[in-house]
Design a binder for this molecule. Sequence first.
Ligand code: ATP
Length: 298
Amino acid sequence: MIQITMPLNFLGSMYRNIRQSIVDMEDMFFLLEQPAEIVDAPDAKPLRVTGGTVTLDHVEFAYDPARSILHGVDLEVPAGRTLAIVGHSGSGKSTIGRLLFRFYDVTGGRLMIDGQDIREVTQDSLHAAIGVVPQDTVLFNDTIRYNIGYGRDGASYEEIVEAAKKAKIHDFIMGLPEGYETQVGERGLKLSGGEKQRVGIARTLLKDPPILLLDEATSALDTQTERGILGALKLAGEGRTVITIAHRLSTIADSDEIVVLDAGHVVERGTHDQLLKAGGKYAAMWAAQAEDRDAAAA
Ligand code: ATP
């Protein structure tokens, strides 16, 4: 019996590892980078999430020692609050997401979750605590049920439906020829950008992480779709710590805090109203995007 169960156990854990790699692969797409080889510390412990407070304490980072990317970034996102990071292309927004995921280690300062330095916890537990809704959700050539369900191993059909309802994609799925059993992906039904993103939201809801990292799509969805997605994301973020890497300011105006990154420095921080009053970079970006908003509303 032992002889039979041993290989089966091994296969089971291999299968889980592969599945985890797929989820991580998706996270990697979000991060758009090949992660460096980071290994767990020999005495790494599982992260103990007590609320999901994220702290960047004087974080310095360089991909290449010759060129610093982040300079003494201090941020704190209290448990259950929302932070948006804005700034011009190349200012370092996505880099912060990559560091939180520990695809790279900070070169100075520290990054903590609930007071624990993320270099001192296991990567499995770190990744389990953070859900990513990427710009472009990867679909597998399988059923829509599978595509949502792999957000969490062993999720029941009812839980999948529940997540789809919250992501506001259930009605769409019920209208498909074979409902949740419809094949999607390259060799099946092709979903629109907005539908794919809802699948990504449903997956993340199943994973149920205390911390959400949202990478806002750069490509504009039509206003109607965008509003729907925003509503679903808002719901998904309830009761979680949410960090949004934002491109369109209209979508993050109600964040608890907004920080403006400029060449790796935090140059402004506050609420939308405070930043508009301050009349600095955020206000200028807001004014520059006003034309686009007017055009979209027309
Ligand atoms: P965007 O709004 O265009 O997505 P961003 O603010 O997210 O930009 P990052 O992707 O964080 O910017 O990049 C910050 C800087 O780091 C850029 O100058 C970029 O060229 C550089 N960079 C990113 N990845 C690497 C890498 N793997 N190796 C070297 N430099 C990199």
